[in-house]
Design a protein around this ligand. Structure first.
Ligand SMILES: Cc1cc2nc3c(=O)[nH]c(=O)nc-3n(C[C@H](O)[C@H](O)[C@H](O)COP(=O)(O)O)c2cc1C
Length: 397
């Protein structure tokens, strides 16, 4: 299909509005099969060559319909936070240690009881069907094949049960909590029954943000929401709980008995309060710059959050991780693992599950190289003595 026709379809396909990845902008009706079929997502499944993860974006742009690509690649407002997420990593320098007498670099680690081959996981993202017809089934399979941990988003194209079956590896479930407790319980029960081992509550979406690219593209996602069949968009603004508080966190803990992580923590104070309320983990995140623009790069707030948490909870960080060196720096500054967003969808677009597997293998390969060149034998050994940070850009929040 030529680009003009694709653009037209993605701009006009009515139905589910994911313009903010946010249920607030979600739909008043589910798309008809004809509308879903009109979105020409990539279909090819093949291994891909990766030299530099950043080079996947322009390649994926050639394949993903313009509306879907804009939704995936863009961010809020001036997109300063999105750019800063990547830029801030370059202000941290690595201090290698030589003549260590060893050469191995073991990247395996344990995340809340799950052993994984690398400290790199998938960050929760909506609507993988925008990137590839196999959607989350493809991304989960590719992640599992790489031995990494997968996080399924509430607003997935496939159902959480389909996603769980696609990979034998460990999986966590991200929730946008419905205000109705019965509905919330139903979703959480399903996640537990499907085998998800932890629940991630996203906390930085009190209102939809200003995604200007989506508005310019008049983007309305043509895809169904796998987890909410036949709801006619009822999982929209009216039913989503916007006024989240600690009772909600407790509710999730009690309902599931699973470890709960808060996603969107950007201050030491909130991290400490989360620990006090029983959270087993936090995800330091500004939503890839897609929610509140002008907040700090996530890596710049990590060190003080890690100090405050002091080993009492697992720390995951996402935002702008594109290099093995970035993973290394995040681990050195106190993260137990990093989560990656957009590159997963680009790998998916370019090669289906095989493309996603390559994304993980590539980043893991760069991490291995970095560990060996810097002289760190295990993930646990990577500490602050391996990096220097400029004080001015890591100032108090
Ligand atoms: C297309 C897309 C959809 C997303 N949807 C969600 C979501 O449904 N829930 C959520 O908690 N975060 C969502 N995020 C944010 C990611 O989990 C993550 O915080 C961010 O993408 C990480 O930054 P990176 O893309 O620079 O790696 C989404 C991100 C993208 C790119």
């Amino acid at each position: 299909m030529d680009r003009t026709r694709r653009d037209f379809l993605s701009a006009t396909a009515a139905a589910v509005t994911l313009s903010t990845a946010l249920p607030a902008a979600l739909p008043t009706s589910q798309p008809t099969p004809a509308q879903s079929n009109a979105y020409a997502a990539p279909t090819e499944i093949k291994s891909i060559d990766i030299i530099n993860l950043r080079e996947l974006e322009p390649e994926a742009q050639k394949l993903i319909p313009a509306g879907g690509f804009g939704y995936i690649s863009s961010a809020a407002g001036d997109e300063w936070t999105k750019r800063e997420n990547e830029a801030a990593f370059k202000r941290i320098t690595i201090v290698p240690r030589y003549l260590t007498g060893y050469q191995e670099a073991d990247r395996s680690t344990n995340l809340l009881g799950s052993t994984v081959s690398m400290p790199i996981i998938v960050s929760a993202m909506a609507a993988h069907g925008l990137a590839h017809v196999t959607a989350e089934v493809g991304s989960a399979k590719g992640t599992g094949e790489a031995g990494a941990l997968y996080t399924a988003g509430s607003l997935s194209t496939n159902t959480m049960e389909e996603i769980a079956l696609a990979s034998a590896g460990p999986k966590w479930f991200q929730i946008y909590l419905p205000a109705d407790r019965a509905k919330a319980r139903e979703i959480l029960d399903r996640a537990k029954a499907a085998g998800y081992r932890a629940i991630i509550l996203t906390i930085d979406t009190a209102v939809p943000s200003n995604r200007e690219t989506d508005r310019r593209n008049r983007f309305r996602s043509p895809l169904p929401l796998g987890n909410f069949p036949g709801e006619n968009g009822a999982y929209g603004a009216a039913v989503l709980k916007r006024d989240l508080d600690w009772d909600d966190v407790e509710f999730i803990e009690k309902t599931t008995g699973l470890p709960v992580l808060l996603k969107g923590v950007m201050s030491p104070e909130l991290a400490v309060t989360a620990v006090q309320h029983g959270c087993r983990g936090i995800q330091v995140s500004n939503h890839g710059g897609r929610q509140l623009d002008d907040v700090a790069a996530s890596i710049t707030v990590l060190p003080r959050i890690a100090d405050a948490v002091h080993g009492r909870a697992l720390i995951v960080i996402d935002g702008g991780i594109r290099r093995g060196q970035d993973v290394f720096k995040a681990l050195a500054l106190g993260a137990n693992a990093v989560a990656i967003g957009r590159p997963v969808l680009y790998g998916l677009a370019l090669g289906g599950w095989m493309g996603v597997r390559r994304v993980f293998e590539h980043l893991d390969g760069e991490l291995e190289m970095t560990m060996r060149l810097a002289g760190a034998r295990t993930v646990g050994e990577i500490s602050r003595r391996y990096v220097t940070t400029p004080p001015e850009s890591f100032a108090a929040v």
